[in-house]
Design a protein around this ligand. Structure first.
Ligand SMILES: [Fe+2]
Length: 240
C-alpha cells in the first residue's frame, strides 16, 4: 500500500505496552555505571513507570576487576530501593555477568543470580569474541542454567553464522530496545533487523543506565522488522 510506504514509524515509547516487564536495567544505586545513588534510582524508576513499565529487574554488571559485585552487594543495593516502598511497580534483582572464567565457578556453586527461574543474563566485550566463550556457556548449561545473551546486535564482530551457532548451543537472545532507534548507531540497528528477520531474538530489555536513555524512548523506530520487534516485546510477558 502506497500510504503505508509513507506512514511515519512509531516512537519506541509508543511500542511499550502498559505492564511491560524489563529484564535488563542498571537502576540499582551505586554499584555499577548505572544509577549513582538512591535519588537517581528513584528518578529512573519513576520515569520508567511513566513509559509503562510495571516490573523492573535490576541487573548490575558483575565484571571482576571493573565491577566487583557479589550477590551480597547487589542485594544490599536492592534493599535501598525496596525500603522506598514504591507504588504500582515491582523491583527485582539479578545481574548481567561478563563472560569470563569466574562465571564457571559461580555456575558450579549454583550461585548465579537469575532474571527468572534458571535464566542467567550474560554479556561480552563489544570488540571480540571472549576467550573460552563456548566452554563458559557449556559450564553454565551443565550446571542447570539457561544462558540469555544481552544485546547480541551490539556484537558487530559476529557474523550471522556465529549467531546461529550460539542459538544451536541453546542460548537465548535479548535485544536492547534502544537498538531499534539507531541509539547505538545504524549498523547495530541493521544487525537487529537481520536477527529479527531470521527470528533469532527472544526477548527485549531496556539496558537503561540513566535518564538520557529514558528520554531516547521518544525517538522513532528505524527498523524494517517492526512487527517482529513488537512480538519480542510481548515475549517479555513470560517474566511477569
Ligand atoms: Fe546492561
Amino acid at each position: 500500500m502506497i500510504f503505508n510506504l509513507f506512514k511515519s514509524k512509531p516512537t519506541l515509547k509508543e511500542l511499550i505496552p502498559n505492564g511491560y516487564v524489563d529484564i535488563h536495567s542498571h537502576i540499582l544505586p551505586g554499584i555499577d555505571d548505572g544509577a549513582k545513588n538512591i535519588d537517581e534510582s528513584l528518578k529512573l524508576i519513576k520515569e520508567m513507570k511513566k513509559l509503562g513499565f510495571s516490573k523492573i529487574i535490576g541487573t548490575p554488571h558483575t565484571y571482576p576487576g571493573l565491577y566487583d559485585n557479589t550477590n551480597n552487594s547487589i542485594q544490599k543495593a536492592y534493599e535501598k530501593v525496596k525500603i522506598s516502598k514504591l507504588d504500582e511497580i515491582e523491583i527485582c534483582f539479578a545481574s548481567e555477568y561478563m563472560i569470563e572464567k569466574s562465571v564457571i565457578e559461580k555456575a558450579k556453586n549454583k550461585s548465579l543470580l537469575c532474571i527468572k527461574d534458571n535464566y542467567v543474563l550474560v554479556e561480552m566485550s563489544f570488540v571480540s569474541e571472549p576467550y573460552g566463550l563456548y566452554e563458559i556457556i557449556y559450564e553454565i548449561k551443565v550446571n542447570g542454567y539457561e544462558t540469555v545473551i544481552a544485546h547480541p546486535e551490539r556484537y558487530l564482530f559476529f557474523d550471522i553464522n556465529d549467531y546461529i551457532k550460539l542459538k544451536k548451543f541453546g542460548c537465548l537472545f535479548q535485544a536492547n530496545l534502544l537498538s531499534a532507534t539507531d541509539y547505538y548507531g545504524i549498523n547495530v540497528r541493521k544487525r537487529l533487523d537481520n536477527l529479527l528477520q531470521k527470528k533469532l531474538i527472544d526477548f527485549a530489555g531496556s539496558d537503561i543506565h540513566n535518564t538520557a536513555q529514558v528520554s531516547a524512548f521518544e525517538r522513532k523506530i528505524k527498523l524494517k522488522e517492526t512487527f517482529n520487534f513488537e512480538k519480542i516485546i510481548d515475549n517479555n510477558n513470560q517474566f511477569i
